[in-house]
Write a protein that binds this ligand. Sequence first.
Ligand SMILES: C[S@@+](CC[C@H](N)C(=O)[O-])C[C@H]1O[C@@H](n2cnc3c(N)ncnc32)[C@H](O)[C@@H]1O
Length: 214
Amino acid sequence: MSCCCPHSNSANRFFSFFAGRYRKRFEKKGFEPSQKQLLEGLQQAGYQDAKILEIGSGVGHLHQTLLEQGAKSAIGIDLASKMIVEARHWAEERKLTNSVEYVEGDFMEIHESVPDADVTVLDKVVCCYPDADGLVHTSLNKTARVYALTYPRNRWYVRFVMSATALFMKLVRSDFRPYVHDPEMVESWIRDAGFDKIYQDNNLVWLTQVYVKT
Ligand SMILES: C[S@@+](CC[C@H](N)C(=O)[O-])C[C@H]1O[C@@H](n2cnc3c(N)ncnc32)[C@H](O)[C@@H]1O
């Protein structure tokens, strides 16, 4: 499915351009430190026999690993067509095609047709979307038990890099923009939806949080 808003079309072009690099990076170096933290938090929350929903699932390695480690099924959604191509390829390589489904599209445009999940994951996605409030609330509504995400820390150097990237995107006439959303605000949305934080860690740039519904 193609995306109708200018931001999503530009994000599709931007992330499709980088899809091959995401794959090569994973092949060479494995999970990034923030993804290792995410996996640790998810282990503490538990995902055996769980239905996973990964929004902005990229080349797919995160939910594919959860499937290999005991999750029941997964849906990967990404608005970048080449990310979906890479993820499908890797699901075949890892013999996971029976337990995973891929949907190309902007989650905010297709959410009504997306089934509920036990575990929802947004790894470096909230920072790619202008309406963080809408994205977080809509994805929380799909989540029965565990909500896991990574997003940028609100630090001056992170804001500086994001602003420089936004300026560059403007200069190349792309509508895609990265964002630093206030972690206190994001956290309050999740808590107000009835989730407790059970895990938090960070590195220089990324904040990793895992919440469980009470
Ligand atoms: C920074 S990349 C991270 C990819 C992957 N989660 C990872 O960490 O390797 C963000 C991804 O989210 C996707 N994305 C951003 N907003 C989205 C939305 N509203 N619906 C679906 N995918 C989205 C982008 O296309 C991109 O592939």
